[in-house]
Design a protein around this ligand. Structure first.
Ligand code: GLN
Length: 485
């Protein structure tokens, strides 16, 4: 998609300005129904950026693949001068004072930003129903959720209201909505992409990634956002000059693909099982070798995630007191502050934060409290090391892993909002990649009565090349089959 649009721009078949206008008009027409965007960038600014690209083309200058291509940014990633709420009421009036590193890099590449997308408050959720502002609908079936927490970013791309978008993935927030909306979602290796300017949820798990229509588009974006950053000590240098999009050679003969038995529980929707079966056959027909493998500590992953993540959340959310950032609660008598500092904190947080955020802060504070720290946080951290070891072991014998992204397809709006535990179960196949830090990608591999099904590939730390190559080969094979029908 990006390459085709780039070609049309270079050949003068379209202009970047017309492209931006087209996407803005789609947003105007469709977003009332879908609810993907929380804030649109100022129209004249968007068109001005696009016109700069047109001027460059007119002068015969070379332009980057991403130059002039319109996309969207999840609302927990900062764009200078633009409101950033992270889906929370407490940041209703917060304007980003600087760009996130990924945004700086995309600006350097010449990308055009359309707006900021809806999300579960501070990225906590699996359905985008925890946003303080609106519920985003799944473009494939508006009675269903788009997944979460990056539901707005997923819905924007899936409904043609953005060519690409950025999201964040702490426990599946890119891959699960990508699966639910029928697009490609990439969570890079922990440390591949700088987190500077991403509002922290659980710092040892958070990673910025992409939503796109194709694997090649994901590669194009990743090449432009990856790499070291003095603002984030965990961001690693990219050691090759090659672009990820140049690695998509289509040949996966002899590639060893592990199929972990633990990801095939009886509770999986039979349609997902069937789609996976078909995908495995396609991978084999491409010359890949399927190998049954085991990651024995997988069964503990969700429990480990739901101890470690809230612990980190409780420390990260502590900065949101309604004084340094965001909204200070106003009493009915118009009084801005409480009777004491503590009272002010309590009021600001009571009114500014939603139920799910409060639940996690309480769980996390409990897990970290004196006398319980070792029994909960310490133990979970030790099991996390075992989960990581499972991956180290399995990657001695296989190159990538292939699993379902989710145990079920997109569920109806409202179905799980009263039962947090069943909501948490949505993340069962995605949290392991964050706990281990490995890269993972969700690719559409079929559907159940029109509702998309995602297949998940995982690869070794910093082997996004291998990950993208296998996903791309399967995607091309599926396209071929579709065309032949
Ligand atoms: N759904 C998961 C959660 O609620 C994942 C969130 C995320 O990746 N940001 O924690």
């Amino acid at each position: 998609m990006i390459r085709q649009l780039h070609q049309q721009l270079v050949e003068g078949k379209i202009t970047a300005e017309a492209l931006a206008l087209e996407y803005l008009s789609r947003i105007e027409k469709n977003d009332k129904e879908i609810g993907a965007y929380l804030t649109l960038l100022e129209k004249e600014g968007i068109l001005e950026r696009a016109r700069q690209v047109d001027t460059k083309i007119a002068r015969g200058e070379e332009i980057d693949l991403l130059e002039g291509i319109p996309g969207a940014i999840k609302d927990n990633i900062l764009v200078e001068g633009v409101r950033a709420t992270a889906g929370s009421k407490i940041l209703e009036n917060y304007t980003a004072p600087h760009d996130a590193t990924v945004v700086t890099r995309l600006k350097e590449a010449g990308a055009v930003f359309l707006g900021k997308t809806n999300m579960d408050e501070f990225a906590m959720g699996s359905s985008t129903e925890n946003s303080a502002y609106q519920v985003t609908k799944n473009p494939r079936d508006i009675t269903r959720v788009p997944g979460g927490s990056s539901g707005g970013s997923a819905a924007a791309v899936a409904s043609g209201m953005a060519v690409w978008s950025l999201g964040s993935d702490t426990g599946g927030s890119i891959r699960q909505p990508a699966a639910f909306c029928g697009i490609v979602g990439l969570k890079p290796t922990y440390g591949r992409v700088s987190r500077s300017g991403l509002m922290a949820m659980a710092s040892s798990l958070d990673q910025i990634g992409t939503f796109t229509e194709s694997v090649e588009d994901a590669a194009i974006l990743l090449s432009r956002i990856a790499g070291e950053d003095p603002m984030d000590n965990t961001a690693a240098p990219t050691l090759t000059n090659k672009s990820f999009e140049d690695e998509l050679i289509g040949d996966i003969k002899g590639v060893r693909i592990g199929i972990p038995e633990e990801y095939m529980s009886d509770s999986i929707d039979p349609s997902i099982r069937e789609a996976l079966q078909a995908a495995k056959k396609n991978l084999e027909s491409l010359g890949a070798v399927l190998v049954p493998v085991s990651l024995p500590h997988t069964k503990m992953a969700l429990a480990v995630y739901y101890v470690l993540m809230p612990a980190e959340v409780s420390s990260n959310i502590a900065r949101l007191d309604g004084i340094r950032f965001g909204v200070t609660h106003t009493d009915t008598d118009g009084q801005k502050s409480g009777d004491s500092l503590l009272d002010t904190y309590l009021k600001n947080r009571e009114h500014g934060l939603g139920k799910e955020v409060k639940r996690r802060v309480m769980l996390g504070t409990y897990a970290l409290s004196s006398g319980y720290y070792d029994a909960y946080y310490g133990k979970a951290d030790r099991v996390r090391a075992l989960i990581r070891q499972d991956f180290e072991e399995v990657f001695k014998t296989v190159d990538v892993l292939f699993t379902p992204t989710t145990p079920e397809v997109a569920f109806p709006v409202g179905e799980k909002t009263t039962d947090p535990l069943t909501m948490y179960l949505s993340d069962i196949y995605t949290v392991t990649a964050n706990l281990a830090g490995v890269p993972a990608l969700s690719l559409p591999i079929g559907d159940k009565d029109g509702l998309p099904i995602g297949g998940q590939f995982l690869s070794k730390w910093f082997d996004e090349e291998g990950l993208l190559r296998v996903a791309h080969a399967l995607e091309q094979k599926q396209e071929e089959i579709k065309k032949a029908k």
